[in-house]
Design a protein around this ligand. Structure first.
Ligand SMILES: NC(=O)c1ccc[n+]([C@@H]2O[C@H](COP(=O)([O-])OP(=O)(O)OC[C@H]3O[C@@H](n4cnc5c(N)ncnc54)[C@H](O)[C@@H]3O)[C@@H](O)[C@H]2O)c1
Length: 252
């Protein structure tokens, strides 16, 4: 059974801790120590105030559900300590140099970096774009203005441009765009809309390639505790962990 260190005890971390099955959580860490402490009763794992102490515990995988900054600060140490990394804050990997450093660390220790599907679907077959001709990849994301921390009375286009620029401006909201870009190996255009008429986080993905067209629409129910986050993202980590050792790997 996998032994998991949980880095980030916020909304997604809490769902993972509550719904854990098929793995054990052995250590908890959060920049806000009280949040890790509050999670001790949920999963029976101890909270650590020091990241180094956390990392020294008995675990084979660190699940990151914290922030882009947490990945930037800790991912190299995690891999060099001989742990696999499951990371939701995939926006950190837009920086080519940083991503290549992480790859080198993982290769050195024989470990892996897993990027779950998160709040989108279809990352499995988007990897065909690495070998096929593609003329367009567009992600249109629509959220309620409150989950973006703004006020507006009508649907408003907040951002139009590349995934890389979008994640710099909205590091908490557009990790899916980076996941799409990494899976497809192609620059991804992004439109980010704030719409007061919706309570869903909706991702519409349009791809045109030599194989035909792909259209994917995922309409996520936001988590009640954190409207910026999708419940689907937490479930995708749980399903990744559940299927890690399955001899039959589907849609990889
Ligand atoms: N890939 C996806 O599809 C997807 C979907 C949803 C959320 N996310 C990302 O997952 C992450 C977690 O989301 P959430 O909704 O649980 O957020 P949250 O704000 O509810 O919880 C994050 C927790 O991590 C802690 N944290 C932040 N920075 C830290 C650091 N440097 N070191 C240690 N702890 C730190 C915070 O104190 C907080 O308790 C976010 O980065 C979010 O953008 C990705």
């Amino acid at each position: 059974m996998h032994r998991i260190g949980l880095l980030g005890c916020g909304n997604i971390g809490e769902i993972i801790a509550h719904k854990r099955e098929g793995f054990i959580i052995t250590a908890l860490y959060d920049a806000v120590y009280a949040r890790a402490v509050a999670m001790q009763d949920v999963c029976g794992a101890p909270a650590y105030e020091s990241f180094d102490e956390f990392l020294a515990q008995d675990m084979d995988i660190v699940v990151e559900a914290a922030s882009v900054a947490a990945v930037e600060a800790h991912a190299e140490a995690i891999l060099l300590a001989g742990k696999d990394l499951v990371t939701l804050s995939v926006g950190a990997l837009t920086d080519d140099q940083f991503r290549n450093r992480l790859k080198a660390c993982a290769t050195q220790t024989g470990k892996k970096i897993y990027i779950p599907s998160g709040a989108i679907a279809g990352l499995d077959n988007l990897k065909v774009c690495q070998i096929a001709e593609v003329s367009k990849i567009l992600l249109r994301t629509t959220k309620n203005p409150h989950s973006l921390g703004i006020e507006t009375d009508s649907p408003t286009l907040l951002f139009q441009g590349t995934a890389r620029d979008c994640i710099r401006r909205y590091p908490k909201n557009i990790n899916v765009a980076v996941a799409i870009e990494l899976a497809s190996g192609h620059e991804t255009e992004v439109e980010l809309w704030a719409d007061p008429n919706t309570d869903r986080n909706t991702h519409e993905l349009f791809i045109e390639g030599e194989f035909g067209d792909i259209t994917i629409k995922v309409s996520n129910r936001p988590s009640p505790e954190n409207p910026a986050t999708s419940y689907l993202a937490a479930l995708s980590v749980l399903s990744l962990l559940r299927n890690l050792d399955n001899p039959i790997q589907i849609g990889t």
